[in-house]
Design a protein around this ligand. Structure first.
Ligand code: AMP
Length: 399
């Protein structure tokens, strides 16, 4: 029963899960939050227990060491050698990676070269990889890329209409994100599509970051996020797609620098920027229900952009057999799902069971009525298990 560990690091957090493979049994999970700040939070769940402590994490290295030591202290493992592989989630794999890769000097170099395309993420991933390498020097490590699943897109779907030489010289194109989640959803979704020869799936990963993906025969055909996760539908704090001239105009009328406006479009826009209330859909929906017009407008924009992408991908796929809702909002927010599905009803014949939808939270369930022209389901996403599967397949199976 080999043990593998998955690591999902952000600029100030480090989430981990420990699996018994190939059973995919979660032995332990946890999170180091507020890395680099004076008041860290460490949560660890194991064996039916859940402990929270408040250590200071000056950097990811300290967090990584605490994680591995805790596994011994909590009795999850007896010896570090029991961990047979570590899988790191990497946000940006650029043009280099269409599947998971072993960590080595070349992989490190490529991830490093892609830092400009994932400013906060790729650098934190590398720091984290190096920290675990120091803590567990003999353990093989793999990198699983958020962009890899989207590498099957055709040039007409991933090329931006800027001067072609520029695209080529600087690798400017649509890379997408949340690929591991979309791939997981497409695999899980197949059980609803028995007998369908060429399954056409539209998966909606909608949380604080949101992306929609069109999948045919298990391969990504199109996805809403672009060069970076700023593109696509409106999100918690990101704009999503807009007329590119908005950027120039805002720079010119505010006198802010390009960098300041870029940060504004990433961190102060979307639900937060339009509503002025919050980046959390729950707060914005509550405000809208209390008559806040800006909050209602934010909800309307969000749902319409999602419906727009679904319509676009319906055409791109030549139809759709399964529509999947997932991630924080998709799994837990009936009001958003209802609004989106209503927008699809007239044109695409989507009909959901309002009663099932109103109580469905965080669990897999079919939402559509039998007469719906598209089957609609909620599938809770699981990026970690995909990483664990790759760890097992690449580092353990057959050895
Ligand atoms: P994610 O980034 O996938 O964790 O999604 C985060 C967003 O999902 C939050 O900002 C909320 O708007 C929404 N969300 C998460 N959990 C719930 C919940 N239990 N009920 C309603 N909305 C939720």
């Amino acid at each position: 029963m080999p043990i593998v560990m998955t690591i999902n690091s952000g600029s100030s957090s480090l989430k981990f899960k420990v699996y018994d493979m190939p059973e995919e049994k979660v032995l332990c999970s946890g999170n180091c939050e507020r890395i680099g700040l004076p008041d860290g939070i460490f949560t660890i769940k194991y064996n039916g227990n859940s402990d929270v402590t408040y250590p200071v994490f000056p950097n990811h290295g300290v967090a990584a060491k605490l994680v591995v030591q805790s596994l011994i202290e909590k009795g999850v493992i007896q010896d570090f050698n029991e961990i047979k592989a570590i899988g790191h989630r990497i946000v940006q794999g650029g043009k280099y990676f269409s599947s998971s890769a072993f960590f080595n000097e070349d992989t490190e170099k490529k991830i490093e070269s892609l830092i400009p395309l994932a400013l906060l993420h790729n650098a934190a991933h590398l720091t984290c990889y190096r920290a675990f390498k120091e803590a567990l020097p003999n353990c093989p490590a793999i990198a699983t890329f958020d962009t890899a699943f989207h590498q099957t897109m055709e040039p007409a779907d991933y090329t931006f209409p800027i001067p072609y030489e520029l695209s080529k010289k600087y690798d400017i194109r649509r890379y997408g994100a949340h690929g591991t989640s979309h791939q997981y959803l497409s695999l899980e979704g197949l059980k609803y599509l028995k007998g369908v020869k060429h399954p056409r799936i539209i998966s909606c990963h909608i949380g604080s970051g949101s992306s929609i993906t069109a999948i045919k025969d298990g391969k990504c055909v199109a996805t809403s996020m672009g060069l970076t996760p700023l593109g696509g539908v409106m999100m918690g704090t990101r704009t999503g797609d807009m007329d590119p001239s908005v950027f120039n105009h805002v720079v010119s009328v505010t006198g802010k620098s390009a960098e300041e406006v870029y940060q504004m479009f990433n961190k102060k826009s979307g639900f937060l920027g339009v509503s002025g209330v919050s980046n959390d859909t729950r707060d914005v929906l509550a405000a809208a229900e209390n008559g806040n017009e800006r909050a209602l407008l934010a909800v309307q924009i969000f749902c319409r952009r999602i419906a727009d992408f679904i319509g676009q991908y319906f055409v791109r796929l030549g139809g759709c057999d399964l529509l999947i809702f997932s991630a924080g909002i998709g799994e837990n927010e009936p009001r958003i799902r209802r609004r989106v599905c209503h927008l699809l009803e007239e044109a695409l014949g989507v009909k959901i069971d309002e009663k099932i939808n109103s109580t469905a939270r965080g669990k897999e369930v079919v939402l559509s009525l039998p007469e719906s022209k598209i089957k609609v389901v909620i599938i809770p996403t699981d990026e970690e298990v995909m990483i664990a599967r790759d760890c097992y397949a690449m580092c353990i199976k057959g050895k």
